[in-house]
Design a binder for this molecule. Structure first.
Ligand code: HEC
Ligand code: HEC
Length: 569
C-alpha cells in the first residue's frame, strides 16, 4: 500500500517535471563538449531550407540532431513523419521523398551495418537475439531491437533519444528505464552500483552503435549509383505455396538511382502465375525499396532487397497483408550470357523411384543439351530428356534404391547448382515452421493478422542420426492440420474460439471484440497448439504417422499500428 503510494507520488512528480520541461538525469555535459562531437555536414539546399528553421546550422554545416545521427530510409521517413505530426513541419510529398533520399545516402548505414537489422526493412517476423540483458529489459518491451540497431548516433544523441521517450511516454520510467520499479527479469545489480538501467543502455548503444564507424567511412567514400538495368532471374519461396521461379526486367527510372521493373513469376506447385510492374529506389548504393502493382488481389505489394557488392545479386523479401505477414523470400541474380540454374521443381527424390519427371529452372539454359550432359550425381540416372527451353529443362530420372541419403548438385555441362536436390530413403520426422506463431484477432474494425504454417519433412541425413546438422530438409509436405488446447489455466477453452486452420496450414484468427459465448464475454484471444499429422508413405501402412506441433499465440490487434499519434509498428 505504502509502496504504491510512494510509487504513484513518484510518477506525479515525474509528470510535473516533464511537463515543466525538466531534464531528466542528463549527465552534466558542457555545451562545448557536445559541439566537439563528430557530425555529418548537410550540403543539400532542400534539407537545409526545410529543416534548419528549427535545427540550427553551425559553421561546419551541421544541423543540430540531424547531423549526429545515421538511419535507414525507414528511419529517416519515421523521423520526418514525426516532425510533421508533432512538430508542425509541413512538407510536399515529393520534397519528403527527396529529403529521405538525401539523408539515407549521406547519413545512412553501410551494407555491413544494415545487414543485421535488414529484417526490419523486410518486415519479417524474427525471434531477436538481444545480446545485452539490460537492453532486453529496458528497450525491447515496446518495440524490437531491430528498430534501434537500424540507427547510429553520437553518445549525446542516444541520451536525447531516451529523453524523447520519457517526454513522449512518461510511463517508460516505471517500465524499465529506472530501477525503482524494475522490469521483470532485470538482473540484480550490486548494492554499490547506482547506475540506472537506462544509463547502462545509453552506454551500450553509444559504444556499440556510434555515429562514426570505419565501415560507414569507407562505404561512403566509394559510393556509386549502381547500374542495374537488364534481366534478373528470380528464385523465391512463399510459405504455404512453395517455390517460385521467374524473371524481372529492370529499366531506368526518373533518376540515376530509380528504376522501373516488370516481373513474371510461376508458382511451381500449382502452376499459377503472377505478373507485376514496379517502381524502385536504391538508397545508399545498395538498399532497394520497391512498390509493385499487378493483377493479384493482394496488390500493391512491397519489396526490400539488398544488393551484393559486385551488383550481380539481390536478396530480400516481397511482402503484403495488413501486417505484412504474407511474403516471398527472394533472390535475384543478374542474367548475363552464361547459363544460370535456379533449382528444380522437386526439392527431394526418394531412392528407388524408377521414373520421375524433374524440371530444372533457370536462364540461358542450353536448348541443345543431351540427356547425357545433365548430371545429378551418383545414384541418379537421367533416363531421357523430355524438353529443353532457355528457362526450363525437363528430364526423366531414376534413383538407385541403394543411393545414400544426401544432397546432390544439378549440373548442366559445366554449370552447376550445388545442394539443389536431396536424395532420401524415408521421411524420418516433420517439423512445423514457424515453431512459434503469432496471429491477431480482427475483421470488425481492425484487419486480421494471419499466420501461415508449413509442415517440413526431414530425413536423418548421411550420418544416420535424427536432429543433427546434416539432416536433409525435404521441403513442405501436405499434412493434416488441427488445433489442440495449450493448457495455460483452469477451464482453458481457447481452441474453440481463437480461429481455424485450413488444409494448407493457413490459420485465420477469429473476430476481435467481446464474445458473449465465452466465459466473462472475453474476446477470442488465447494460445493453442497447432498440430500437423503426416502419413509418410501415402496410403501405405508401413510407416507410422508423424506428428509435429507448434505454439500459436492469438492476440489482440496491434492498435498502435493504426494510431496516428505513434509510429510504433
Ligand atoms: C518546426 C520545427 C521543426 C522542423 C521544421 C524540423 N524539426 Fe526535427 N525536430 C523538432 C523538434 C522540436 C525535435 C525534438 C523533439 C522530437 O524529436 O520530436 C526534433 C527532432 C528531430 C530529430 C531527432 C529525433 C530523434 O529520434 O532523435 C530528427 C532526426 C529530426 N528532427 C529531423 C528533422 C528533419 C530531417 C527535418 C527537415 C525535413 C526536421 N527535423 C525539421 C522540430 C522540427
Ligand atoms: C514504453 C515503450 C517503449 C520503451 C520501453 C522503449 N521505446 Fe523506443 N519507441 C517507443 C515508441 C512508441 C516509439 C515511436 C515514437 C514515434 O512515434 O515516433 C519509439 C521509437 C524509438 C526509436 C525510433 C525513434 C525515431 O526518432 O525514429 C528508437 C531508435 C527507439 N525507440 C529506441 C529505444 C531505446 C534505445 C530504448 C531503451 C532505452 C527504447 N526505445 C525503449 C516506445 C518505447
Amino acid at each position: 500500500m505504502t509502496g504504491r503510494a510512494i510509487a504513484s507520488g513518484f510518477v506525479l512528480l515525474l509528470l510535473t517535471w516533464v511537463c515543466a520541461g525538466g531534464r531528466w538525469s542528463v549527465p552534466a555535459r558542457a555545451a562545448d563538449d557536445a559541439n566537439q562531437e563528430e557530425c555529418i555536414p548537410v550540403r543539400n539546399p532542400l534539407v537545409i531550407e526545410r529543416c534548419s528553421p528549427c535545427h540550427q546550422r553551425d559553421d561546419r554545416g551541421c544541423l543540430t540532431r540531424i547531423s549526429s545521427q545515421r538511419r535507414t530510409p525507414e528511419g529517416w521517413e519515421a523521423a520526418i513523419k514525426r516532425m510533421v505530426r508533432l512538430n508542425g513541419l509541413s512538407l510536399a510529398p515529393d520534397d519528403a521523398r527527396q529529403i529521405v533520399k538525401y539523408l539515407s545516402n549521406h547519413h545512412g548505414l553501410a551494407p555491413e551495418e544494415a545487414r543485421p537489422a535488414f529484417y526490419e526493412a523486410e518486415h519479417r517476423v524474427v525471434n531477436e537475439n538481444v545480446p545485452d540483458e539490460t537492453v532486453r529489459s529496458t528497450c525491447t518491451l515496446c518495440h524490437g531491437l531491430g528498430r534501434i540497431i537500424s540507427q547510429r548516433r553520437t553518445g549525446e544523441e542516444w541520451r536525447l533519444l531516451t529523453n524523447l521517450h520519457i517526454g513522449m511516454f512518461p510511463f517508460v520510467s516505471t517500465q524499465g528505464f529506472y530501477r525503482y520499479s524494475p522490469a521483470p527479469g532485470l538482473p540484480d545489480l550490486p548494492e554499490t552500483d547506482h547506475q540506472e538501467p537506462v544509463d547502462r543502455a545509453v552506454q551500450y548503444f553509444s559504444k556499440t552503435y556510434p555515429l562514426v564507424t570505419p565501415e560507414w567511412q569507407s562505404w561512403r567514400a566509394g559510393m556509386h549509383s549502381p547500374k542495374l538495368e537488364g534481366r534478373w532471374l528470380v528464385s523465391g519461396y512463399r510459405p504455404g505455396k512453395g517455390r517460385v521461379f521467374g524473371e524481372t526486367t529492370i529499366t531506368a527510372g526518373q533518376a540515376e538511382d530509380e528504376f522501373k521493373t516488370a516481373c513474371s513469376l510461376v508458382y511451381i506447385k500449382d502452376g499459377s502465375t503472377e505478373a507485376r510492374t514496379g517502381r524502385a529506389i536504391v538508397y545508399g548504393g545498395y538498399s532497394w525499396r520497391e512498390r509493385l502493382e499487378g493483377s493479384a488481389k493482394d496488390d500493391p505489394v512491397r519489396q526490400s532487397l539488398m544488393l551484393s557488392r559486385d551488383w550481380t545479386a539481390m536478396d530480400g523479401r516481397m511482402f503484403w497483408g495488413a501486417y505484412d505477414e504474407f511474403g516471398i523470400d527472394v533472390v535475384l541474380r543478374r542474367i548475363g550470357r552464361e547459363p544460370l540454374i535456379s533449382g528444380a521443381d522437386l526439392p527431394a527424390l526418394r531412392s528407388g523411384a524408377s521414373s520421375t519427371r524433374l524440371a530444372i529452372y533457370g536462364a540461358n539454359l542450353p536448348v541443345d543439351i543431351k540427356a547425357s550432359e545433365v548430371d545429378l550425381g551418383a545414384g541418379i540416372t537421367v533416363n531421357s530428356l523430355v524438353s529443353a527451353t532457355g528457362d526450363k529443362i525437363v528430364v526423366d530420372v531414376g534413383v538407385d534404391s541403394k543411393a545414400p541419403n544426401g544432397l546432390h548438385a544439378i549440373s548442366l555441362r559445366n554449370h552447376v547448382r550445388p545442394d539443389a536436390i536431396a536424395v532420401f530413403d524415408k521421411i524420418d520426422y516433420i517439423k512445423i515452421s514457424p515453431g512459434t506463431g503469432l496471429a491477431r484477432i480482427g475483421g470488425a474494425k481492425y484487419p486480421k493478422d494471419y499466420q501461415q504454417f508449413e509442415a517440413i519433412a526431414y530425413n536423418r541425413g548421411p550420418d544416420g542420426e535424427v536432429e543433427t546438422s546434416d539432416d536433409l530438409n525435404l521441403g513442405a509436405v501436405d499434412a493434416q492440420w488441427s488445433i489442440e488446447e495449450f493448457p495455460s489455466g483452469l477451464n482453458d477453452d481457447d481452441k474453440d474460439f481463437v480461429g481455424s486452420i485450413d488444409e494448407h496450414g493457413l490459420f485465420t484468427p477469429a473476430i476481435e471484440g467481446p464474445n458473449p459465448k465465452r466465459r466473462n464475454s472475453r474476446n477470442n484471444s488465447g494460445d493453442v497448439w497447432i498440430v500437423a499429422a503426416l502419413r509418410p508413405g501415402g496410403s501405405s501402412k508401413s510407416e507410422s504417422v508423424l506428428i509435429a506441433r507448434a505454439y500459436l499465440l492469438v492476440t489482440f490487434p496491434l492498435y498502435v499500428r493504426w494510431d496516428p499519434s505513434t509510429l510504433l509498428r
